[in-house]
Design a protein. Structure first.
Length: 95
């Protein structure tokens, strides 16, 4: 049975309220170290690689390419980390 879309759409229009307007002071970005975020991402890729290598079913047979995914993530993360740490160009504002 197909649901009554007109009824659903009507209920959605009634239930959605407009978000209150926010000032620029309320919408300031968090003071987070970009390099720290990249390092946490690196840690995630390393953990994924360890799990994939520890569980044989995750890297044998048709899944023999799976270990290369976190390896690529680690390498790209290291590239990103070096870019952020260098702090020139677009990365100048990233601290």
């Amino acid at each position: 049975m197909i649901p009554n879309r007109e009824g659903y759409a009507a209920r959605m229009d009634e239930s959605q309220e407009r978000a209150p307007e926010r000032t620029a002071e309320e919408l300031q970005p968090l003071a987070v170290s970009t390099a720290r975020v990249v390092l946490w991402g690196e840690l995630g890729w390393v953990a994924a690689l360890v799990v994939i290598l520890a569980v044989p079913a995750l890297h044998e047979g048709e899944r023999d390419w799976w270990p290369w995914v976190p390896v690529a993530g680690i390498l790209l993360g290291l590239l990103g980390y070096s870019y952020v740490r260098r702090g020139r160009g677009n990365a100048a504002g990233a601290k």
